[in-house]
Write a new protein. Structure first.
Length: 86
């Protein structure tokens, strides 16, 4: 019971990518915390207070910058043969 009370405030878990927590274990922890096993939550409109039509999955998102920019790749030469293919 104490664990589930602490889980309501958030739990940090680190797990290996392919050999980590199993879905059944996560579902048990969600149920103990009083959350739905789908991981989705009902959100409400902040202006009207009405619930949105569908539940929403919330969590962190990680974005990476694609680090090969055109300026880093382009170069020019003024002499010598060239191919129209490239």
């Amino acid at each position: 019971v104490r664990l589930s009370e602490q889980m309501r405030r958030g739990v940090s878990i680190a797990t290996p990518v392919f050999d980590g927590a199993h879905e059944a274990d996560i579902n048990i922890m969600l149920e103990q915390a009083g959350l739905h096993t789908s991981g989705q939550s009902q959100l409400y409109d902040g202006r009207t207070g009405e619930p949105f039509d569908r539940k929403v999955t919330m969590g962190y998102i990680y974005m990476l910058k694609l680090h090969h920019l055109v300026d880093d790749k382009i170069h020019a030469r003024s002499i010598g043969p060239y191919s129209l293919v490239t």
